[in-house]
Design a protein. Sequence first.
Length: 565
Amino acid sequence: MRWTLKPIPEQHKIEALQKTLQVNDIIAKLLIQRGIETYDDAKKFFRPSLDDLHDPYLMKDMDKAVARIEKALTNNENILVYGDYDVDGTTSVALMASYLKTRTNHVATYIPDRYDEGYGISFKGIDFAHDNDISLIIALDCGIKAIEKVAYATEKQIDFIICDHHRPSSEIPKAIAVLDPKRDDCEYPFKELCGCGVGFKLIQALSQNEGKTIDDLIEYLDLVATAIGADIVPITGENRTLAYFGLHVINTNPRAGFKAIIHQQKKQELNITDVVFIIAPRINAAGRMKHGNYAVTLLTESNFELALQFASEIEQFNTDRKEADQQITLEALLQIETNKEENRCTTVVYNESWHKGVIGIVASRLIDTYYRPTLVFTKSGDKLSASARSVSGFDVYNALEACADHIEQFGGHKYAAGLTLKEENYEAFKQAFEDEVTKSITSSLLTREIKIDLKIELRDINDKLMRILKQFAPFGPGNMTPVFMTENLKDTGYGKCVGEDDKHLRITVSQANAERIVAIGFNLGHKYELVANREPFSAVYSIDENEWNGNVSLQLKLKDIEYVL
C-alpha cells in the first residue's frame, strides 16, 4: 500500500471558511479539498436542491429529441425504449418506459441478449422494431457508436433518438437526436451524467414541455440514484443532487421492485454503498445470468406481491452469479500462476467456457490479487469477448484505443471497458496490450494507493465530528468518504484476529490524552503482529458507527496500519 497525504489547503482559506461556517479546522479543510470555499458552495453541498439542476435544453439536440417524441405521442406511433442489460441500461429503460406510459399506451421495451446480440444496439433489435410497426426507437446508455445500426434503421424508416454518456468517436450516428454530454459540440455544463441521468434530463425536458415541474419527477429518482451508484460516475454536481434525492425516495417511498429487494434483505435504511452492494448486483444478475428483461419487469412492476415473486427469481440469479464468479476467479488465478505471468504489467486471461455474464466481476477480483490493468476473455459466438478493468489513475480505454488494429469493437470508460476480437488475433492483442501498458504506466500506479485527506489526533474524534461527516454523504468518486491518518497509536492489549480464517483484525487503540476507541480492519488479520507487541504504529482509517444491542458507538474502519512513518 502506498500512503498519499493530500495537500493541506492554504491557511487563509481554512480560517475564512471556519469563520463563515462556524466549523472547526478539520471540517473546513475537508470542504476546501472538495472545492467548497464559500457559504454558497457549502449551502449547495449540505442542502442540495432540485432547483439547482441545469436546464435540460442546454444539452445538444434536446429540442430535436423532444419535438420527435411529442410528434410520436400526438400521432400514436409505436415507440421502442431500448437499453443495455446492465444496471444503468435497465434502470434507464424502466425510467423512460414508465414516464412514456403515463402519456401513451404505445410503448414497448427491448433489452438485447448479452450472449446472442452483445452490447448496445443490435440489428436484431431493429428488426424486432420493424416487425412490430415501431417507428421510433429511444436508445439509452448505448448507441453513441452505432453508425451502421442507425443507418440500417433509417433504411427501414425507423427514427432513432440516442441518450448516451460514453465517449463518442469522431463520427456521430445520423440519428434524429444524439444526447450525450461528452459530445465535443455539446455545451451542457455537467459532463458526468450516467445513461439513466441523460434519460432523466430527457423526461425533464418533456415534462417541462407539458408545463410540469421537477417535483413531478421525484418518483423516478430511485432509478437514477441506483444507476449513479452502480455506474461509478462522480458523485459531484448534478449527480450528487440526483443521488441525494434518489436515496430519499429509496428509503421513504421506493417503487415496488426496490421495495421487494429491500424487504428480502431485511434492510432498514440504505446509503449509496448499500445501493451499490445490495440493489445493483441483483439487478445486474438478471442480465448476467438470464436476461435483462427480468430486471426491467421488476423495476416497472407496481404490484408489490408480484414484485416479490420477480425479486425472488432475481435473487436466485444472483446466487448463481456468485458461484460462477468465485469458480472462474480461482481458474483465472491458476492460469496466471501456471503460465508464470505474475511479473507482467497486465493481466490477460482466456477460457472459452467462462460465463460471459461474470467476466467483468472476475476482472475486478483479479485486480485484488494482481494490481494491474486486467482483461478477462471468453468465447462469444465466433469471436472472443472481454471485460476490461483498470487500476486507479490509468486509462484502460486509451490503452485499448492504441491496440485498435487487433480489435473488432470496443467501448467504455477510463476504468471499465468491453471489447471483441477474432480468436486468431488474441495472442497478438495480448502482447500489444502488454507493450502499450508497459510503455505508458508508471511503477507507482501499479502499487495500490490510499489517499489520505488529513492527519488528525484520536482526541479529535467525537460525536459532533461524526454528525457533520455524515452530512457529507452520499459518497462516491469525487466525494469519497473522508480518510484520516493518526500516528503514535498503541493497542491496549485486547487486539485479536477475528472472522473466518482469522482474516480480520479487531483492536482497541489508545493515544496520549485521548479516549480509547475500537478499530476493525477487514482483511488485515495478517498485520496482527504489528500491534501485538504494544509498539507505536500509524493507522489509516475512516470513522464509522457501530450499532450493537441498540447502542451506537464510534469506531475506526482501518484501511492499513504500519509502524510509525
